[in-house]
Write a protein that binds this ligand. Sequence first.
Ligand code: 13P
Ligand code: SF4
Length: 316
Amino acid sequence: MVVEQKTLTTNELKEAIEKLKKEKNAVILAHYYVDEDIQSIADYVGDSLALAQTSKKESASIIVFCGVHFMAETAKILNPKAKVLLPDLNAGCSLADSAPEAEFLAFKNKYPDAIVVSYINSSSGVKALSDFICTSSNAVDVVNSIPKDKRIIFAPDKNLGMFVQKVTGRDLILWEGACIVHVNISNDKLDALHLANPDAEIIAHPECLPIILEKASFVGSTKALLDYVQTSSSQKFIVATEAGILYKMKLAVPHKTILPAPALESNSCACSECPYMKMNTLEKLYQTLLHELPEIHVNEKTQEGALRALNNMLSL
Ligand code: 13P
Ligand code: SF4
């Protein structure tokens, strides 16, 4: 006998998720790049740094992480007692994928005296091989905290590394990784959009290519960009980052005009979207909470090394 399954509407899904969350003492953490529907019901929405800090102090039994794999893994490392769930295990990240652990170890071994600073967008294995972790919010501060006479390996985002190099004046040994979403912003289309909107301020995430960052009047992490549109006196912005952040920006400054920077490839939003972040859907979130799967595990040895590097960042 075939049992027909009823498809739940968006509101029914939201109600069912709320109910399960209470029953199971669960919290939902979401990155700014996931869909609006998920952001609207999450207990906490933040950038990579804020989500790591929140995961560490969270006392709920279950953390459902609506983001990508390295973020859920970081939450598990920082809060090993919690059951950490990720709605889709395939939600990866081009930056984390660019640095396989064995290749990274071989690279690190070429510079035995260097301090290793890894972006949080990396696997737990790479984190365990690092001295410090950083996010886009604190990469400059982390590098500045290291004595000037020390050589520094910075991985895996080359564009963020070049930006940090420029701001700190330090000569970094860079790994060749990139975010497929931020390098997908079109320089020519951005110029055309700015020409049509000369009163708009261009603001950008440091994962963008240098040619885009040169045009920006402000460069910062996702949260810093969200704060900037609220504090700047400008009334119009072109935002060069993943388009999911526009949801919170429009809620924060409904009277201002927020335009997404155009992508090279045209898609439904004509802007740059992270295909991994968009793997999180309300339906998958509901199923994840219901079955408490898929769960994130980190082996003990990796956990220990990665936690040391994460705590070196968090204690700064
Ligand atoms: P932040 O959350 O630090 O702004 O990083 C953006 C990003 O690409 C997350 O994957
Ligand atoms: Fe990774 Fe880029 Fe997606 Fe962030 S936006 S998860 S860096 S691919």
